[in-house]
Design a protein around this ligand. Sequence first.
Ligand SMILES: Cc1cc2nc3c(=O)[nH]c(=O)nc-3n(C[C@H](O)[C@H](O)[C@H](O)COP(=O)(O)O)c2cc1C
Length: 191
Amino acid sequence: MKLVIAATGASGAIYLQRLLAQIDCAAHEVHLVMSAPAKEVAKQELDDFKVPSNVSQHSENDMNVPFVSGSARFDAMVIVPCSMATLGRIASGSSDSALLRAADVFLKERRKLILVPRETPWNLIHARNVVTLLEAGAIVLPAIPSFYSRPGSVTAVVDTVVWRILDQIGLPSAHTYRWGEKSVSTKRKKN
Ligand SMILES: Cc1cc2nc3c(=O)[nH]c(=O)nc-3n(C[C@H](O)[C@H](O)[C@H](O)COP(=O)(O)O)c2cc1C
């Protein structure tokens, strides 16, 4: 698969870290774009943020990348975490950076665009922007974890969201907890 993974300045750099860790970046072509605020938030939230060596990293303003053109074939773009600022810019049709242009291209080409916003509470502008993006064909997958798998660590909580992202990309994880398929120990375990 050919994937674009972008990160913006919402809280939740760990979602990006866990997603990169669970994609086989040697088997797939993975391009990463991080906004300047995303890099700052990652520094604030993580001690050891490392990008896998086989991921191609690009500046958010470098338009000399294949995924800003509809002529290049890509399978999916994920923005994780997605700030409400970026979500609003995409909803407004802004293409002022490689990150925004790529999102715009994925929508116009009817390719999979998965946005993972992390904000609470929402104002009406956030809600309206989300509706606009849903109408335009985006998948809005908020960073809202689930607890029915009894996650016993922060990483395990984060993975309940990451598994849903992987499902949407079409690269399901063998570790995904799926309701009705596995029994859950009622005793909380540290993983
Ligand atoms: C520590 C920190 C945490 C933030 N958390 C969020 C957040 O959870 N959600 C959000 O939408 N914006 C959050 N922001 C605000 C964004 O970083 C800010 O709107 C920024 O301009 C987004 O730019 P970008 O979308 O180009 O990355 C946070 C900012 C900081 C400094």
